[in-house]
Design a protein around this ligand. Structure first.
Ligand code: PXP
Length: 256
């Protein structure tokens, strides 16, 4: 049987980063010359074949603003994947906005982007409680974790529907030696198998680009990959439509 296509979640945060670099004080002035607009980018990505749109509402609102999230909810037809920390404020926002999926991540104020995975094992009670509240509201939960057996087991026990395996270490290793990249891929492979055996859907993301995707796509049981930085960078050169089309084709072995 042919395996189904891997879905592409396009993370549009970096378009908001670019907007904030110039228009921090005018980010809400929609309709004026405030650019780029993450919602407009998402609509183009959707038309080009994105299967989901991912956005991270950070506690410090450094890129995506609350108004971006509310407008995105109204405008896109593909599932909305809301990346966020497991805090009281964010849980309330998610329950109000009702994305199809909440992606829980750790959040550090000094990090440039999300660094390590969530420590589900150490925060299992709070995460289990959040998963239940989301589930009661018809929202699926995904946990962003390192491909580590203890974290996978703890994730299964929370009752979440998905894990997103952190591919950052693999992406870093790609710049070192082929052996290191292979070793990280092997860790991810084991993680994907364990998560699948635990009844979870397996997503992956972080640091995936147009080169390393050729290896990453070989991971077993992949449901969806969330990709941001590389697609936004490619879009500066080719436009968002071509950038999304090329990544989707590459991740499904339809482009060599
Ligand atoms: N998945 C998660 C949980 C993330 O935090 C990020 C980065 O915001 C991504 C995927 C996408 O990573 P990248 O921008 O490196 O493609």
């Amino acid at each position: 049987m042919q395996s189904p296509d891997i879905l592409l979640g396009v993370n549009i945060d970096h378009s908001a980063t670019l907007r904030q670099a110039r228009y921090r004080d005018n980010a809400l002035d929609r309709g004026k010359m405030v650019e780029p607009d993450p919602v407009e980018i998402a609509l183009h990505a959707q038309r080009a074949g994105a299967d989901a749109i991912t956005m991270h509402l950070r506690e410090d609102r450094r890129h995506i603003q609350d108004s971006d999230l509310h407008l995105m909810r109204k405008m896109i037809q593909v599932p909305l994947n809301l990346e966020m920390a497991c805090t009281t404020e964010m849980i309330e926002i998610a329950l109000q906005v009702k994305p199809e999926v909440v992606l829980l991540v750790p959040e550090g104020r000094n990090e440039v982007t999300t660094e390590g995975g969530l420590d589900v094992a150490a925060n299992q009670a709070a995460i289990t409680d959040a998963v239940k509240r989301f589930s009661d509201a018809g929202i699926a939960t995904s946990l962003f974790i390192d491909p580590d057996s203890a974290q996978i087991q703890a994730s299964v026990e929370t009752g979440c529907a998905y894990v997103e395996l952190h591919t950052g270490a693999f992406a870093h290793a790609f710049y070192e030696t082929p052996e290191q990249a292979k070793a990280e891929l092997e860790r991810l492979r084991h993680g994907a198998v364990r998560a699948h055996e635990g009844g979870l859907k397996v997503n992956a993301g972080h640091g995936i680009n147009y080169v390393n995707i050729r290896l990453a796509r070989e991971l077993p049981h992949l449901h969806e990959m969330n990709i941001g930085h590389s697609i936004m960078c490619r879009a500066l050169v080719t436009g968002i439509t071509e950038a999304v089309r090329e990544m989707k084709a590459l991740m499904n072995g339809k482009l060599r």
